[in-house]
Design a protein around this ligand. Structure first.
Ligand SMILES: C[S@@+](CC[C@H](N)C(=O)[O-])C[C@H]1O[C@@H](n2cnc3c(N)ncnc32)[C@H](O)[C@@H]1O
Ligand code: SF4
Length: 378
């Protein structure tokens, strides 16, 4: 049976970070318990439709799933196991915030079947962490990794953000030196996006915080990738590095356009040539589930052209790039016949490189990938 990915959204955090525009709110226990009850009802409705598929990967994200009560993750995975078939070697990830984990919780996650933990670190500098509104210190990151290792986790990711307010290149290198010591299996390294809806954006517009220059930000990115590569990590996507064999299978599924379903507020699904997304409004979510219908608020059919441009845009962000054979197998025509002009143009601009069987981004192309991506639009 075809394998799909399953994403579960937990829209709660202890406190909103100043840069973050994800669908999450600081929830009270009453709302959190109610949401959990409805999430489980939604899993049951989804299973009536998609229970025939095997689940290859599960990602419990947010928000901060570790703000739920200790038994909640086990309850959620329990109902998934009851209603779906999870393949024996499934990757089952969850996100945590270092300020919200205890040893007891970590053990309960392990016992529930979680085998990969993704932790928001962002920086190993306490001033940086304060300015962006994180609820934890750098020392709590270190103790959280200890807790996770003692609980038996052998696959841990750490999220970092570079280009933070007042951050220098040297600050970021110091963060990386400390992160290297944590010896994690996977690192995601995101450039800060100043999202309009956030406090940080508002402060920046008012001139209350200063940001690193574009050159400094790019320097952090390239030197950061190099430092991690010298320490046993391999970059496999623009923002992601892993030790061998620890690439995130769930995210690779998104980037390779494999089918997935999303459960929970604002989650997205892409399956059977259809893409749809759940409402982001709590009351709508609750009332649609009360009516026993999926809480969908929008959808689109994925036309062949849209599918092709998404394939190209997502694949080009992977280090392996676009394989001519894979493209031909999927779309039944020659890649170079259709895209020779785009490829030649961007070999000339220095953004693309070509080898016998594929094209991929150069280092310069990783900075300016949007210029290549627009040429793949229908
Ligand atoms: C859902 S959070 C991870 C788990 C947990 N909520 C936490 O923050 O510790 C996902 C990740 O997205 C990244 N992120 C969120 N907003 C961002 C922004 N505006 N710019 C760059 N990265 C961002 C952060 O690295 C964050 O760890
Ligand atoms: S970065 Fe993580 S903890 Fe901070 S508000 Fe966003 S989802 Fe919540």
């Amino acid at each position: 049976m075809k394998q799909i990915g399953l994403y579960i959204h937990i829209p709660f955090c202890e406190k909103k970070c100043y840069y973050c525009d994800f669908t999450s709110v600081p929830g009270n226990m009453e709302l959190i318990r109610k949401y959990e009850k409805y999430l489980i009802k939604e899993i049951v409705i989804q299973a009536e439709k998609f229970g025939k598929y095997d689940i290859g990967t599960i990602f419990i994200g947010g928000g901060t799933p570790s703000v739920l009560e200790q038994t909640s993750i086990g309850n959620i995975l329990g109902i998934i196991r009851e209603r779906f078939k999870i393949v024996p070697d499934a990757e089952i990830s969850m996100e945590i915030n270092p300020g919200t984990l205890t040893y007891e919780k970590a053990v309960s996650y392990k016992n529930a079947g979680i085998n990969r933990v993704s932790m928001g670190i962002q920086s190993m500098n306490d001033n940086n962490l304060r300015i962006i509104g994180r609820i934890h210190s750098k020392d709590q990151v270190v103790s959280t990794v200890d807790i996770l290792r003692n609980a038996g986790f052998e696959n841990i990711n750490g999220d970092l953000i570079f280009g933070l307010p007042h951050q220098s290149v040297d600050d970021f290198h110091k963060t990386l030196d400390k992160v290297k010591e944590l010896n994690l299996e996977h690192i995601s390294m995101y450039g800060l996006i100043l999202e309009e809806n956030t406090l940080l954006y508002h402060w920046y517009k008012k001139g209350l915080v200063s940001m690193p220059s574009e050159d400094e930000e790019r320097h952090m990115y390239h030197s950061g990738i190099r430092m991690l590569e010298q320490n046993g990590y391999r970059q496999y996507e623009i923002s992601n590095l892993a030790k061998k064999g620890f690439e995130c299978r769930h995210n690779l599924g998104y980037w390779k356009l494999n089918p997935y379903i999303g459960v929970g507020l604002s989650s997205h699904s892409s399956i059977d040539n259809r893409r749809y997304w759940n409402t982001s409004v709590f009351n709508e979510y609750f009332s649609m589930i009360d009516e026993n219908i999926l809480p969908i608020s929008g959808e689109e059919t994925i036309s062949k052209d849209l599918m092709e441009s998404e394939y190209l845009i997502l694949r080009i962000r992977l280090n392996e790039g676009i394989s001519f054979v894979d493209y031909e197998t999927r779309f039944n025509r020659s890649f170079m016949q259709k895209y020779e002009r785009v490829v030649n143009k961007h070999i000339e601009t220095g953004l693309l490189m070509i080898s016998e069987d594929r094209i991929s981004l150069t280092d310069k192309g990783k900075d300016l990938s949007n210029l290549v991506e627009v040429d793949f639009l229908p």
